[in-house]
Design a protein around this ligand. Structure first.
Ligand code: ADP
Length: 235
């Protein structure tokens, strides 16, 4: 199963992606993590991407698409993936469809986590992330047991440079002006699932899993009806 998670910054995409990978036994691929990893390793691509990230801008498609498709071609992702942060533009979505088609795969669902903008700003301004594995905490709503230390792996917590100042507003503007257009793109392919992301983490996950099940039953049913009508046309 290949899933695209669509949501603004702070909508809980990363958290839900992690939970979904465990629930469905598939891999998590976050484009932002790929860039941060490339920067930590001081690759040319990582250093080029960093300048855009610090300004809160999208990294150009030619870098982003190649990087994600290359990773998706890794056999580890063959049995399914939750894509988090990619695609963010129609051009990226089209490139993804073409790339997957070449691998004889396809996107099954695109799930949108809907959260109001003022809630997103509150979440982002208190967000802390661990260095080792990007586990997410929040000053008020989800503080770590020991201040500044990740509960899960003991690594240091830090605030992302693009979670403060003008970069936050710019990232949200890009989401609500550009990335939001993906909803129509996937609706036209009958793959869109819209979920209320402004609920407890467990409830959002339960809603997503319910919607996936329903969608699969419906698509099996429509395949069944299509099969029947083809039989009757032939007969
Ligand atoms: P967020 O979604 O909170 O902005 P991410 O970690 O997903 O955080 O991404 C961090 C930055 O990486 C983005 O602001 C952008 O500069 C870059 N980036 C990530 N994914 C993409 C993408 N699909 N296209 C272009 N740039 C991207």
């Amino acid at each position: 199963m290949n899933i695209v998670l669509i949501g603004a910054q702070g909508s809980g995409k990363g958290t839900q992606a992690e939970l979904l990978t465990r629930a469905l036994g598939i891999r998590h691929l976050a484009s932002g993590d790929l860039f941060r990893q490339a920067f930590d390793e001081r690759t040319q691509l990582g250093i080029r991407a960093r300048a855009y990230m610090d300004r809160g801008e999208l990294v150009p498609d030619e870098i982003t698409v190649a990087m994600v498709l290359q990773r998706l071609a890794d056999p580890a992702y063959a049995s399914g993936v939750v894509l988090d942060g990619f695609p963010r533009t129609i051009a990226q979505a089209q490139a993804l469809d073409r790339g997957l088609q070449r691998m004889k795969r396809r996107i099954d669902f695109a799930a949108y986590l809907d959260v109001p903008r003022d809630e997103l700003l509150t979440r982002l301004s208190g967000r802390y992330i661990c260095r080792a594995a990007q586990h997410v905490y929040h000053q008020q709503t989800r503080p770590p047991r020991v201040s500044g230390i990740c509960d899960v792996d003991g690594s240091e917590l830090y605030q992302r440079s693009d979670d403060a100042g003008e970069a936050v507003q710019k990232r949200l503007d890009i989401f609500f002006h550009e990335t939001i257009r993906l909803l129509d793109y996937y609706k036209n392919q009958s793959k869109l699932i819209e979920t209320n992301g402004n609920q407890h983490v467990e409830q959002v996950l339960a809603d997503l899993l319910d919607e996936f099940r329903l969608h699969m039953v419906n698509s099996k049913r429509s395949q069944y009806w299509r099969g029947l009508s083809m039989q009757s046309n032939c007969g």
